[in-house]
Design a protein around this ligand. Sequence first.
Ligand code: HAM
Length: 417
Amino acid sequence: MASNFKAPRGTFDVLPEAAPVRRRIDRTAQRILEAAGYGRIDTPAFEDTDLFARGVGESTDIVQKQMFTFEDQGGRSLTLRPEATASVCRAYLEHGMQKLAQPVKLWTAGPYFRHERPQAGRYRQFTQIDAEAIGSDSPLVDAEMILLAHDVIAELGVEGVLLRLGSLGSPAARTAYLDELRAYLRSREGELSDDVRARIDANPLRAFDADHEGTRRVMDEAPTLLERLDQPDAEHFDEVRHLLDRSGVAYHLDPTLVRGLDYYTRTVFEFECEHLGAQSGIGGGGRYDGLIEQLGGPATPGCGWALGVDRIAIALEPPGGPREGEAEEREGVFVVAEPEDRQAALALVTELRREGLAADLDLADRAIKGQMKQADRVGARHALILSGAGPGTLRNMDTGEERQIDPAKAVAEIAGS
Ligand code: HAM
């Protein structure tokens, strides 16, 4: 009987058959990031609530609605991490990494938690791979970051990916721009949809996403933030674009790209996968030159991204079965034996495993026929059928080909084949 317990809403179990694609994502990111000099860091799964309130930003949806916050026995307010950047910056300061050669390049991966409304591709516990380069404001950092994320996604073979790129400039330029945009929208209020009109104060940028025809006409002529960047920010962004153009990475310039976290300055970007429906963002990031200061450190620039492992896994392996090529190849040996040869079977399997080979045996008292079926089920490349002290039979499970094998030499022969 199934129990009444279920994984909590918005969470899921990663079953063994879903593991290979996630492992491939992890390994690909690790290889690409470590080749680029990024060192692995792991931070706690929970932090002082204040770190995220200050780091991610009081006004964001994440801090206002989505944090899993609790009080510990000592009355401290703690929060399950909703993202990695604030924690990595906290660790950078706590361990005096500003004394190291800059930028300090770090990467991490693991579970993150946001109390969002669950739907396909949006969970309350999700997995990110995150990279941060802290301590340099060179546009080279932005370009390198984007290239690395691009390469991870491309190497994995995710199809239909679009890179959106924008710049938010400085907080001051952004505030001035938003005031200008509000004034512009008010000057043409009569042409806007009710929805957009109601949100002029709260979120004027929403108007850029509207489908409403009148609103679209108004927005075609609206000023954009990119046109209002301060000179140094505009030059920085030009250089990032120039570097990307030279590296051959295609991007879509998006003057209205906004991100759900408050710490961004200058470059922002998002990778979208067109096969994913509503939750199409498979990764995103940008520069956060004010964050470390916001956390009480010296003025220190930074830039980074996070990739969404769960969404990339869905893109590579849509529900309903793996795409071609994602199925695992058969490997290893399944030792088949009569009950009286059990001990020999266990000894042989142990020896094969110590040689680094995948080896398995029946653990459920199956008859020989059942053991052969089990060998097939577990995906063994060979079955080794023992027969007392006499020679055993090695069967290739793909071709059905069989040959005799001396059990005493089986380990050496199989290890060498
Ligand atoms: P973010 O855009 O909030 O950025 O998240 C990055 C990626 O994590 C998203 O593109 C998405 O793939 C995945 N993700 C986010 N929330 C969920 C969810 N509820 N369920 C499934 N996947 C999700 C950040 O977190 C920034 N810390 C990135 C960054 C690093 N910026 C600078 N450095």
